[in-house]
Design a protein around this ligand. Structure first.
Ligand code: ATP
Ligand code: MG
Length: 744
């Protein structure tokens, strides 16, 4: 059996021990996924029918790749394996069993847009405040309930959920949940979370059905076990209850979905649920150089909450991790693009083996543009390229329509976004009228009273007037001034700002990032014409180049998406405080530890070389702000970092070529807030005060920074900020939407 040759002794032990519960919790790159793959192949080679094996992975892509490997080893019969994500596998099962739950087997699966639209309808019909009960917020509460197996019937009595809703001023969520569930059911539809939730219901209520699947799935395998949630855990526990052939692999140090309900407790429960559990340790890393493995170990050591394990590698020492400092985010992108060019030309690295990893989606814009300039093809993995994202397309549609009011596609995007009561029927009537009179759509819209009267006319007229005001701006002002004016005037900025869900925040960041790009264009001294039209022409080149063949493209993606993957060279960009670790994740030690695990995931994706880059200044929130290097750079033991210097001086300003430098010399003080955490001096309960109540001179308390005095309050974009002079940690600027402060 050749395939067993490619395994070390503990890996082989894991593969050949076919029966009974098994858990492998081991570091990145130690061959966990490889063991699962070969174990399945081994089962089939030993006569187990592929359709008796269920294998659950994190992405469908991972499943496909595993399946291909298995087919290579045991042949085509492996195609009958049950493999996929939890959602895809259990959707399939629910279709077979739909009638048991009162659904029809052709039930629709609602994506989050559909779900939000239903919620919107409920909020409206219940006459609730739609500013408070934003669809995103409500959906995320319902989702978290479902993932913790809390039905709408038990939600009202569930103290944890109810109290949190009340604390956030949304006591009616349980009613919306109920009505939402009823409407989905009536529409014969399930949302993503229902796929898991209803599977649990099915197995709970129909023992005959459970019995059937227990019998069918004689072997259950789970990859990336650290990121399963309670709902998923219960499903697999039920399925494996009879045969107890369940093999899970994962790495607690790579648990990065706690914010979505993944529960690391599952790893600990597993040992209790299966006392006869066989635990296998894999300690040898096959993926990365010694430097990378050691550097990653030195980072994760800073986490308190982790299981004991050690990793080593017999691979070469390899290059040190290179830290690249740049004056600005644009220079950072240029430096990365140049370095990638060198990697491809000089180091002969295949573009497909190069990845740029970032913390938030919005960071991809500057990078995409810098890569295009050097003709390096790039592909966004697991997400849309920056200019394909809805919020960006919407905004660009405004810019296009203002510049060219004949653009009907742009018109369709903007006419009722943000919502202004001009529904599809009206839009259709406008087009009909334009066609009847052989006119363009703008001719009708801008002279609406000639064609329509009443409410429709008023609304359309308001829209047309708004566009005319925008058009006047384009004559006098540069692209950035016009675009900011439009972002505000159209209501897009506010619409996105008010959505406080993580996705909403992301969209808002993306829009700000687009504006930053336009500002870069307008500020560029080499450009003669700074008008909006010229800007649009420039970006149309970027958007169209995306249609090309991508087989020789490098990959851009968020770190979250990179889990389980590997690349020769990895560029981890935006290594700055408040970006990575993310500002939103600095409230508690648990959050910071999750960020650190994310950093661990990022480093361990690389086989040969890691680059960490950061900028001293970055456009964020519509402004250029100063940045401090991420504390995570400091956490890597110094012997693994390259302290190379080049000829560029220390005082890099925007526009200069970036270089390497001793980043440590830049630091005024170590930035590890946790170490310096200040305990409140008395035991008063911490109750955050409202942001509006805060004013200059107030003494406030922050959970981590301790007590301080408010010295300044300012508004930047839509964010209200406070400069606070803390007794122990000095001056900090905090965004009041996120910072929890108590006036004392
Ligand atoms: P992650 O935690 O990042 O998901 P993992 O533990 O699943 O990592 P794999 O992806 O299975 O690790 O393996 C990492 C790399 O090491 C792969 O390229 C794999 O083929 C290789 N590898 C694993 N074990 C061996 C081995 N015994 N001999 C040779 N190569 C190996
Ligand atoms: Mg893996």
């Amino acid at each position: 059996m050749d395939y067993l040759e490619g395994l070390n002794p503990p890996q082989r032990e894991a593969v050949v021990n076919m029966e009974g519960p098994m858990m492998i919790i081991a570091g990145a790159g130690s061959g966990k996924t490889r063991v699962l793959t070969y174990k399945i192949a081994h089962l089939i080679a030993n006569g187990i029918e592929p359709f008796n094996i269920l294998s659950l992975t994190f992405t469908n892509k991972a499943s496909r790749e595993m399946k291909e490997r298995i087919v290579d080893v045991v042949g085509d019969e492996a195609k009958n394996l049950w493999m996929g994500t939890f959602h895809s596998v259990f959707a399939k099962i629910l279709r077979f069993e739909a009638d048991k739950l009162g659904y029809q087997s052709n039930f629709t699966i609602y994506d989050s847009e559909d779900a939000k639209s239903v919620i919107k309808g409920v909020v409206k019909d219940y006459k609730l405040d739609d500013k408070l009960y934003k669809p995103n917020v409500v959906l995320s509460r319902i989702s978290s309930a479902k993932n913790n197996l809390i039905s709408w019937r038990s939600y009202e009595a569930n103290n944890d959920m109810r109290l949190e809703d009340e604390a956030q001023g949304r006591p009616k969520i349980f009613e919306i949940y109920k009505e939402y569930a009823i409407r989905c059911f009536r529409a014969n539809a399930m949302d993503f979370d229902d796929l898991l939730f209803n599977t649990n219901v099915l197995f709970h209520q129909h023992l005959d059905v459970l019995n059937k699947y227990q019998h069918k799935f004689k072997f259950v395998m789970i990859d990336e076990f650290q990121d399963t949630n309670i709902s998923q855990y219960y499903i697999t526990r039920k399925l494996a209850a009879k045969n107890r052939n369940i093999c899970v692999v994962g790495d607690d140090a790579q648990s990065i979905y706690a914010f979505r309900g993944a529960n690391i407790q599952n790893i600990l429960n597993f040992e209790k649920d299966y006392p006869e559990l066989k635990v296998i340790k894999l300690e040898q890393n096959y993926r990365s150089t010694q430097t990378i493995v050691e550097a990653a170990n030195s980072v994760i050591k800073h986490n308190k909450n982790q299981l004991e394990k050690s990793t080593f590698t017999q691979n070469g020492i390899g290059d040190r991790i290179e830290v690249i400092r740049s004056g600005s985010d644009l220079d950072e992108a240029k430096a990365v693009a140049q370095s990638i060019q060198t990697a491809i030309m000089r180091d002969r690295i295949n573009p497909q083996d190069i990845a740029i990893l970032y913390r938030t989606n919005s960071q991809s814009r500057a990078l995409e543009e810098a890569l295009v300039k050097l003709s390096i093809k790039a592909q966004i993995f697991g997400g849309l390229s920056f200019y394909q994202r809805k919020e960006i397309k919407d905004m660009i549609a405004y810019l296009k329509f203002v510049t060219n009011p004949k653009d009907e596609e742009a018109f369709k995007r903007v006419i009722n976004y943000p919502k202004r009561g001009i529904g599809p029927t009206t839009v259709n009537n406008l087009f009909v009228k334009a066609a009847e009179n052989k006119l363009g759509i703008w001719d009708v819209v801008s002279n609406i009273r000639r064609f329509f009267g009443g409410r429709i006319a008023t609304q359309v007229e308001n829209f047309a007037n708004m566009i005319k005001v925008f058009q006047m701006q384009t004559e006098q002002k540069n692209a950035f001034e016009v675009a900011s004016f439009i972002a505000k005037g159209s209501g897009i900025l506010r619409e996105l700002y008010e959505d406080k869900s993580p996705e909403g925040k992301n969209r808002y960041d993306n829009l700000q990032e687009l504006l930053n790009g336009i500002q870069g264009f307008a500020d560029d001294p080499s450009k003669e014409d700074k008008k909006l039209g010229t800007y649009l022409e420039e970006i149309s080149l970027i958007t169209s180049s995306e249609k090309e063949d991508m087989s020789d493209a490098i990959t851009l993606m968020t770190i979250h998406m990179s889990k389980g993957l590997e690349f020769d060279y990895c560029y981890i960009v935006g290594m700055e405080e408040n970006l990575f670790p993310s500002q939103m994740m600095l409230e508690t030690r648990e959050d910071l530890e999750e960020e650190r695990r994310l950093f661990y995931v990022a480093i361990t994706r690389a086989k040969i070389k890691v680059f960490l880059t950061y900028a001293l200044q970055r456009y964020r929130f519509g402004k250029q702000i100063s940045c401090e290097p991420s504390r995570f750079i400091d956490e890597i033991a110094p012997q693994y970092i390259s302290m190379k210097r080049n000829s560029i001086s220390d005082d890099l300003g925007p526009g200069n070529t970036p270089g390497f430098s001793n980043y440590r010399s830049l630091r005024q003080a170590p930035s590890n807030f946790i170490k310096k955490a200040v305990k409140p001096k008395d035991d008063r309960p911490f109750v955050p005060s409202k942001a509006e109540d805060l004013s200059v001179g107030h003494i406030v308390r922050h959970m981590k920074f301790g007590d301080g005095k408010v010295v300044k309050i300012s508004e930047e974009g839509l964010d209200k900020r406070a400069d606070i002079s803390f007794e122990e940690v000095g001056k900090k600027t905090l965004i009041l939407t996120f910072a929890k402060l108590m006036i004392i």
